[in-house]
Design a protein around this ligand. Structure first.
Ligand SMILES: C[S@@+](CC[C@H](N)C(=O)[O-])C[C@H]1O[C@@H](n2cnc3c(N)ncnc32)[C@H](O)[C@@H]1O
Length: 338
């Protein structure tokens, strides 16, 4: 008997995006419910400007801009109205009730219930972060946060984007490069495509994550990991050696991504494939406000390149776009090196 196994990575990008966006609607809902529990909506009983809200809610001075993003997220959710003339915010009398599709959310997150999602999500900590100098929702790339990252990087919607990149570059030839490889899930996934004499090389800036990636893939001799900054010249790697390269979930942490493109242009052979996957972008999708809010508190800081900025750099460095899609604000691009 053949057992049919289903893996979310086989969904079409459109199906995955539907699931992903439902999950983000749930994130707005989580923030809204926490806002109610913590008295945010009470402060918005009467019209207030951001400055008045910050004063009444005791927001610490350097987080007033984050409070502004919270108000924008609540507007997007439909619980708050913004008056553009007076620049004031007011809670609406009857906030809309959103029927959430738990099957779609489960498909995107792997979580079985909305309550589980609500309690596990660090969106819950955002409002508490506004009134304290501490940042309970920062998730730096170190051993303290490794368990959180291991969970995020294996979440179905995230793994989806990485596996599509793995599939895109996996068949290009024996030598594959994972830039900003993190704790090394992508290296293992790439190795499934590499021949026995192939190479899967990871470069990663966090010492703790290099250690984790090395340990995770220790049994596979084709996999090598080294500590390095992908925005510095990767001179220790041979010119034109790689058939495929990917950077997943990391492009938006690069203040200036141009040197990354120089590295990839040097390291990829002509006709090789470069996949920029899961890059947080300013594209105006419905998850924009919730992503802006979440990433305002995340450390290290992140940037949100527009599609045009990515394509302009690719063009300038000799790459041609061959495929792209998006999961809300998260974009995925595949390029061929001309
Ligand atoms: C969200 S994780 C993604 C990890 C991995 N690519 C994955 O998809 O499983 C982002 C990673 O980018 C790394 N990173 C950020 N800036 C970097 C840089 N300039 N050079 C190398 N790695 C970097 C971080 O340390 C972190 O491990």
């Amino acid at each position: 008997m053949t057992v049919q196994t289903f893996d979310v990575v086989d969904l079409s990008p459109e199906e995955m995006e539907r699931s992903y966006l439902e999950y983000r609607r749930a994130c707005y809902d989580i923030v809204y419910r926490n806002a109610v529990d913590r008295g945010v909506l009470k402060v918005l009983d009467k019209p207030v400007t951001l400055a008045q809200f910050a004063e009444k809610f005791h927001v610490v001075p350097d987080k007033v801009d984050v409070a502004g993003l919270l108000l924008k997220a609540l507007v997007k959710h439909g619980a708050v109205k913004h008056d553009p003339d007076k620049d004031t915010y007011t809670a609406v009398a009857e906030p809309p009730t959103h029927e959430l599709d738990i099957d779609l959310i489960r498909q995107a997150t792997g979580r079985d219930s909305f309550e589980e999602l609500r309690h596990s999500e660090n969106y819950a900590g955002i409002i508490d972060a506004l009134t304290t100098d501490a940042n309970p929702v920062a998730t730096t790339f170190d051993s303290d946060h490794l368990p959180v990252w291991e969970e995020v990087l294996q979440a179905p919607f995230y793994r989806y984007s990485r596996v599509q990149a793995v599939r895109e570059i996996g068949g290009t030839g024996p030598h594959l490069l994972d830039l900003a490889c993190g704790p090394g899930f992508g290296l293992g996934e790439l190795a499934e495509f590499a021949p026995t004499d192939g190479t899967v090389f990871g470069v990663e800036i966090s010492t703790d994550f290099v250690a984790s990636a090395t340990q995770r893939n220790a049994a596979d001799e084709r996999i090598r990991v080294t500590r390095g900054d992908v925005t510095q010249p990767l001179d220790f790697l041979q010119e034109g050696y790689f058939d495929g390269a990917m950077i997943v979930g990391a492009y938006h942490f690069l203040r200036n991504p141009e040197p990354l493109w120089d590295n990839v242009a040097r390291l990829l052979r002509k006709g090789g494939t470069f996949c920029v996957s899961y890059v947080l972008s300013k594209v105006g999708t419905i998850d924009q406000e919730i992503m802006d809010l979440r990433f305002a508190l995340r450390r290290p800081v992140s940037y949100q390149p527009t599609r045009q900025q990515v394509l302009d750099l690719a063009e300038a460095k000799g790459f041609e776009l061959i495929r792209e899609y998006g999961l809300g604000a998260w974009r995925w691009y595949s390029f061929s090196r001309k």
